[in-house]
Design a binder for this molecule. Structure first.
Ligand code: ADP
Ligand code: ASP
Ligand code: MG
Length: 413
């Protein structure tokens, strides 16, 4: 007997028929002799609709505590409906909100982090032969306030529970067949990966492949719980996210990702002297703004340009801070651009091959795409480009590195 955690995303529970379909799959798994915890998202579109309501009534920055009380209702609906549908098929089931199942988080509303999971209540249901149906995306802080884990957070709820219960596998059921070489909704030639390492998946998730929330991959990696990403509409195997040693092929490029949700801020003519970067990035971090790429260019007259990227939602606040700091340190000016995209290639095999970045730059140059910023790590290369070229860049890179079958970079000319 295995303990299996299954997570169903918004599309998979998008209407009553789909909830019935999920109930059937859950009951089949339980009937095969497994203990099952099911974690569900809100019905598709529900969280977006709730966010829109909060924006309409709560002003520019709706109160974060109340936003969480509101957003958590989406998942509360689906746990109740799914538990009813499972019981109707003759299997015992019990729903749990984040608070009821002991999902303890910090107090950081709308992007809370899980601190601790009390599994006693879940174990009791499982030991009694029932199915535990848990709400994804939500928890409670030490004072009992409802919190949420950030968009896409149900993946993290499911994996964290799988880790806490030492489950044999965490199955992530979604609207695509697995993890693809790039977003299959953008590039039809994308193909499903059989296996991908935690490290690659971590990069892909943080660089824009929204199929798994990044924190879910971090949990799985830390506790060694395998993730199986698969379709909720088909019985076929999907993609296994596992340890590097269990990945057979070290592809040079296993994935091409894109992220249109960043903005670029540039402070021009900054004096090249110690302490300047600290003056800028301390107030940004104090404001809770997560800075992604940072690039500093030295000019011949001893001044530098400092460029960084932030989530587009934080653009206005970041720009205000940059303007203020620029005034204090006597910089020449500040400019920003929200129409950018970050496009990346990711692959374990990059570590063993030279020239991958150079080839990426040539592919983009051949399409006439200008590169604004570059950042690299052992297993990824990212570039920032003009947003309107996103699709073209992703297709060209996918074609050059994945479809060509040439996973060996060509010799440099
Ligand atoms: P769910 O509602 O099930 O959580 P999401 O919409 O959060 O589903 O994630 C699935 C979506 O992720 C897919 O529909 C697909 O468009 C997108 N996606 C982006 N990159 C990838 C990728 N490399 N592999 C698979 N899906 C991807
Ligand atoms: N319902 C939440 C969202 O749409 C959480 C999730 O689906 O993972 O972001
Ligand atoms: Mg998701």
């Amino acid at each position: 007997m295995s303990l299996i955690v299954q997570k169903y995303g918004g599309t998979s529970v998008g209407d009553p028929d789909r909830i019935r379909n999920v109930a059937r799959r859950v009951v089949e798994t339980a009937a095969a002799g497994h203990q099952v915890v099911v974690c569900v998202s809100a019905m598709s579109g529900e969280t977006n609709a709730l966010v829109a309501l909060a924006d309409e009534l709560g002003g520019e920055r709706p109160d974060a505590r109340e936003v969480d009380v509101l957003l958590a209702t989406g998942e509360q609906k689906t746990i109740a409906l799914l538990a009813m549908a499972i019981k109707r098929l003759g299997r015992e089931a019990r729903s749990f909100t984040g608070g009821q199942m002991g999902m303890r988080t910090d107090r950081d509303h709308t992007r809370a982090r899980i601190q601790d999971i009390d599994t006693v209540a879940l174990r009791a249901v499982l030991d009694g032969g029932g199915v535990a149906v848990i709400a994804g995306f939500q928890g409670v802080d030490a004072d009992g306030n409802i919190t949420t884990l950030g968009r896409g957070g149900s993946d993290t709820s499911a994996v964290a529970v799988a880790c806490a219960l030492q489950a044999d596998v965490c199955e992530i059921y979604t609207d695509v067949d697995g993890v693809f070489t790039t977003d299959p909704n953008l590039v039809p030639a994308a193909h499903k990966l059989e296996r991908v390492s935690y490290e690659e998946m971590l990069e892909m998730a943080s660089l824009g492949a929204k199929v798994l929330q990044i924190r879910s991959v971090k949990f799985a990696m830390r506790y060694g719980v395998p993730i199986h990403v698969r379709s909720s509409f088909k019985p076929d195997e999907g993609t296994w996210v596992v340890r590097e040693e269990e990945v057979m092929e070290r592809l040079v490029v296993s994935g091409v990702t894109y992220n249109r949700n960043e903005a670029k801020v540039r402070i021009k003519g900054v004096k090249d002297q110690p302490g300047v970067a600290g003056r800028l990035f301390t107030p940004l971090s104090d404001a809770g703004i997560v800075v992604d790429m940072i690039v500093q260019n030295l000019s011949s007259d001893g001044s530098t340009d400092m460029t960084f990227t932030v989530p587009v939602a934080e653009h206005d606040r970041a720009l205000d801070i940059a303007n203020q700091v620029a005034g204090e340190i006597g910089a020449a000016g500040v400019e920003s651009d929200e129409k950018i995209a970050k496009v990346s290639i990711v692959g374990l095999g990059m570590q063993d091959h030279a020239g991958v970045a150079a080839r990426m730059f040539r592919v983009l140059a051949d399409e006439g795409i200008n590169i604004q910023l570059i950042s690299t790590s052992e297993i990824k290369v990212s570039v920032v480009i003009e947003e309107k070229y996103t699709e073209l860049a992703v297709r060209a890179l996918h074609s050059a590195f994945v479809e060509s079958g040439a996973q060996e970079p060509r010799a440099e000319a």
